[in-house]
Design a protein around this ligand. Structure first.
Ligand code: ADP
Ligand code: MG
Length: 343
């Protein structure tokens, strides 16, 4: 079993300046796996820019051309879990044997190997073995190899043996092509001005662009309305509104204050009273977990404390969760409240 999603192929992977090198290298690899100098092929780019789609397209093409070729697609997280289980179950040998049979190994999101020394050692071993036997290795990462922190140098140096190619956000024309192609395959008609409006407005990543498109179609269907510019604007506004209603520092401070019956002022103040210190640490911990604020910014929102205070708070709360059942229960309740807000 290859774990490939058959819906990802080159046919529906729209080409643009944003992906030209990666896409054509991908096609070359798919035509001659293990033979080109693009071994390993490393594709990198931010979230939702098409890494998984591209590397799975390679796998699907290889399999379509040669049924006997053993392609395996696996995320680095799944690889890690399998490896950890193998250690627990004393089955490292069969884990290794399985991976050494693969003809093309596709590993998605290798940044998650960061800090996992034993897993990296295992992957290093498999990588070397496959590469020496002329097997193809394909990887994706959310950043270029040079910026991958927590990965061993010997592994990083191997990542650079083949070709490293990046994916960027598609430009306006390519975004139009992506929307049109998607509408065509779903058999849905959207007027040109709406397609242009969406392509113009959503410049973050392709997944988000698809998300807006899905919401728009859902709105139209539910309200039995036609898809027009007005509805598109309304849909986009609702989505932006959703983003604004996500969990923020204010919401966390208010919730934690209510929970511990402490004022928000006290949370931000210098008071060192034990109950207040704990509540403050809990609030900092939740900010770290549920917002995108940096440690520095979190400290700033708690009366101008520095980032090391926040690190200490996060650590203390993590420790208490482990050793104190009653505290752990309180944290579960607060976390539940955070999750309810973000849906
Ligand atoms: P990543 O793995 O980089 O987070 P994905 O491969 O999951 O991103 O892509 C997100 C979504 O955008 C998928 O539904 C994918 O099919 C679509 N997508 C991305 N790039 C393209 C493209 N060039 N042409 C068509 N669809 C694309
Ligand atoms: Mg992905």
């Amino acid at each position: 079993h290859s774990n490939l999603n058959p819906n990802y192929d080159f046919e529906n992977y729209i080409e643009g300046d944003c992906n030209r090198l990666a896409r054509s290298a991908g096609i070359a690899v798919a035509e001659k796996p293990g033979v080109t100098s693009f071994n390993p092929l490393m594709v990198y780019g931010g979230v939702g820019l098409g890494k998984t789609h591209l590397i799975q397209s390679i796998g699907n093409k290889i399999r379509r051309d040669d049924k006997k070729h053993f392609v395996l697609y696996v995320s680095s997280e799944k690889f890690t879990t399998q490896f950890t289980d193998a250690i627990k179950n004393n089955s490292i040998q069969s884990f290794t044997n399985f991976y050494l049979q693969v003809d093309t190994l596709i590993i998605d999101d290798v940044q998650f190997f960061s800090g996992k020394e034993k897993t990296q050692e295992m992957f290093f071993h498999i990588f070397n073995h496959l590469h020496q036997s002329g097997k193809q290795i394909i990887m994706s990462s959310d950043r270029p190899p040079r910026d991958l922190k927590g990965l061993q140098d010997r592994l990083l140096s191997r990542f650079k043996w083949g070709l490293t190619a990046d994916l960027q956000m598609p430009d306006f024309e390519t975004r139009i092509a992506i929307i049109s192609r998607k509408m065509e395959s779903d058999g849905i008609y959207i007027p040109d001005d709406v397609v242009e409006y969406l392509a113009y407005s959503v410049d973050t990543n392709v997944r988000e662009l698809e998300g807006v498109l899905i919401s728009l179609i859902a709105h139209a269907t539910l309200n039995k309305a036609e898809i027009n510019l007005e509805l598109a604007k309304q849909t986009l506004k609702n989505i932006v509104h959703d983003i604004e209603s996500e969990v923020g520092v204010d919401y966390i401070q208010k919730s934690v204050g209510e929970y511990f019956q402490i004022s928000v002022e006290d949370l931000k103040d210098k008071t060192r009273k034990k109950e207040i210190v704990i509540a403050r640490q809990v609030a900092m911990y939740l900010c770290k977990e549920y917002t995108n604020h940096s440690l520095k910014s979190i400290g700033y929102h708690f009366g101008g404390r520095d980032h090391s205070t926040v690190i200490h708070a996060v650590q203390s709360v993590s420790d208490m969760i482990e050793i104190d059942t009653k505290f752990c229960h309180s944290m579960d309740e607060l976390k539940k409240k955070m999750r309810m807000k973000s849906v």
